[in-house]
Design a binder for this molecule. Structure first.
Ligand SMILES: Cc1cc2nc3c(=O)[nH]c(=O)nc-3n(C[C@H](O)[C@H](O)[C@H](O)COP(=O)(O)OP(=O)(O)OC[C@H]3O[C@@H](n4cnc5c(N)ncnc54)[C@H](O)[C@@H]3O)c2cc1C
Length: 543
């Protein structure tokens, strides 16, 4: 992975010329490209672990399992959020781990945690490193050192139980590697976050991740049946069972624990037959209200597509402007929609996956209900275009950053009765904050995951960066959006997790007693407080 962005070195540019023209006209771009600094100009403090500690670590992990070279430290200095990339591109990350450790299995993780607890060294579990909320920021808290515990050598498939449709993996396994191995047996996990190409399954579990098809397959918390956790205080091993009434759901306390309680070393996950039929298509609604009504109706009747996305008017306009080559075909499409009265409407993508029979049944009823809410079918090409480009956005973001353009996303969820007000208020808060910086931007949104009782909203905003003040500009937009989200009674995060960035709002989300209860659990599992300090939980006023 590129240390300053997404993908491998040499990945082709993704921003077509007409898209750049569109951005130049709508938000403005830097007069000349702004490339990242050279790797050797990234400023880091020298690594600080003592030679005896390094020697002990090498004894546990072998020499190849302990790295403290410049490139490895830079690669583990941050996740892939907007502010991470701004800082990295400028060569000024907030810090870096003193060393990067590569355990090969649960017992090595355990031995590392014991050593770090004894020597007061903070441990940051590092899966794919794709956190967008500061989850892998190398914070040391009150400790003398900090290490990144990279799970990259723990990528094995341990067991596949065909009869039960479950798979057990080491937590560092990457999602694409698992899908490849499952495909050979006609199976799928069905977890496809936009960051799919790089995420680890342990990282997904630790963040309660939701994939793009989670409306159909469920988010990761529905998939985790059992897990093994190495905590500084000891191990927890919860076997794979379909359900359990053995007290509160301990599995669910560990799913979403963001590395602050311990390291998830192994996971058992539910798998499904790979779909034999896949139909992705586009529909247009007259406005967002009509689209929301349709999704709610489909949810009630249990005929939702597995991928269900509904863009608001702004996002639809942007998608149409950027679609294809920006030429005659795009203009023709817009003219057709205009003639049919959907000129300022909202595009939905419906993706159905499953057996031929199941897809035929669900799709027929879903389209009938959607038509009842005024939907216009626009065929398969928008759906297939979305499927084809579903992992492209992070590459585009790198190019925009290189043009002095801020592009950031945030997400939330609420009940149906509040979705409309949430959409209005958050979009307004983001737009007003950008205006406040004199950088009016494009604010757009789509419904990304749908439930019987509500939906999640995913906002994207694009604006010209305030050069030299990029972080302060971002911070004020983030604060405005977070305030609007919580005022509307929604959650601060539907799937990106708390990390470091959302900590200021955690207490408002779960209450003071809720925070204390989580702190008590942490104190029990991690008495020395070495696990991922500064994440998930606000620092206690009582220390
Ligand atoms: C472009 C882009 C698109 C994204 N799209 C989505 C999306 O569609 N859906 C979604 O849910 N998220 C998305 N994300 C966010 C991110 O990919 C998810 O949070 C993902 O689950 C993180 O997985 P990871 O392996 O990269 O974890 P990391 O980033 O390495 O870690 C995330 C957190 O989990 C902890 N952690 C990691 N591994 C372990 C472990 N084994 N045990 C204990 N703690 C651990 C880390 O310390 C950290 O706090 C996106 C991110 C980017 C950059």
């Amino acid at each position: 992975m590129r240390w300053w962005g997404w993908g491998e070195a040499g990945h082709p540019a993704a921003l077509p010329a007409h898209a750049l023209d569109f951005l130049r006209e709508s938000v403005g771009v830097a007069p000349s490209p702004r490339p990242p600094v050279a790797l050797d100009r990234v400023r880091l403090d020298p690594p600080g672990l003592s030679e005896p500690v390094l020697a002990e670590l090498r004894q546990i992990l072998g020499a190849e399992g302990v790295r403290d070279g410049h490139e490895q430290r830079v690669l583990h200095a941050a996740g892939k959020g907007y502010t991470d990339l701004v800082r990295l591109r400028a060569g000024e990350p907030e810090g870096a781990p003193d060393a990067v450790l590569y355990p090969a299995g649960h017992d090595q993780v355990r031995a590392v945690l014991e050593l770090c607890a004894r020597c007061s060294i903070a441990v940051v579990p590092f899966g794919g490193g794709t956190s967008v909320v500061g989850g892998v920021a190398p914070l040391r808290g009150e400790h003398g050192g900090v290490v990144a515990l990279d799970m990259g050598r723990m990528g094995a498939l341990l067991a596949l139980d065909h009869e039960s449709a479950t798979v057990t993996v080491q937590a560092g396994m990457r999602a694409p590697a698992l899908e490849r191995q499952l495909a050979a047996s006609g199976l799928t996990l069905g977890h496809f976050p936009q960051s799919f190409e790089y995420v680890s399954l342990g990282g997904c579990a630790a963040t309660r991740s939701a994939g793009q098809a989670s409306t159909g397959y469920g988010a990761i918390e529905k998939m985790v049946l059992g897990l093994r956790l190495a905590a500084p205080a000891g191990d927890i091993a919860l076997p794979a069972v379909p359900a359990s009434a053995a007290g509160p759901g301990l599995r669910q306390l560990l799913v979403g624990s963001e590395g602050v309680l311990g390291v998830i070393s192994e996971l058992s996950l539910r798998v499904r037959p790979a779909p034999r039929e896949r139909i992705y298509e586009g529909l247009f609604f007259e406005d967002l209200a009509a689209g929301l009504q349709a999704l709610r109706t489909l949810a009630r009747e249990h005929v939702l597509p597995d991928v269900t996305r509904l863009s608001d008017e702004q996002e639809t306009r942007m998608s149409l402007a950027l679609a294809g080559d920006g030429g005659a075909k795009g203009r023709l499409g817009r003219a057709y929609l205009g003639l049919r009265g959907y000129g300022a409407g909202c595009l939905a993508i419906f993706g159905f996956e499953g057996s031929e029979r199941d897809v035929a049944h669900r799709r027929a009823r879903a389209l009938e209900l959607a038509r009842g809410c005024g939907a216009l079918k626009v065929g398969r090409s928008p759906g297939e275009a979305w499927l084809h480009g579903r992992f492209a956005a992070p590459y585009l973001r790198d190019e925009l950053l290189g043009r002095g353009v801020m592009v950031e996303t945030l997400e939330t969820a609420t009940q149906w009765s509040k979705v409309h007000a949430l959409h209005r208020d958050v979009a307004h808060a983001i737009a007003a904050a950008l205006e406040g910086w004199g950088t009016p931007g494009l604010v757009m949104c789509h419904v990304s995951h749908v439930y019987e009782t509500g939906a999640s909203l995913y906002f994207t905003f694009i604006a010209r960066q305030r050069e030299g003040e990029e972080i302060a500009q971002w911070q004020s937009v983030k604060e405005a959006a977070a305030g609007a989200i919580l005022d509307a009674g929604a959650t601060i995060t539907h799937h990106h997790a708390i990390g470091r960035d959302h900590v200021p709002w955690m207490q408002r989300e779960v209450g003071a007693v809720g925070v204390r209860a989580l702190r008590a659990l942490k104190a029990e599992l991690d008495p020395a407080g070495i696990m991922n300090p500064g994440k998930l939980l606000p620092v206690s006023s009582r220390g």
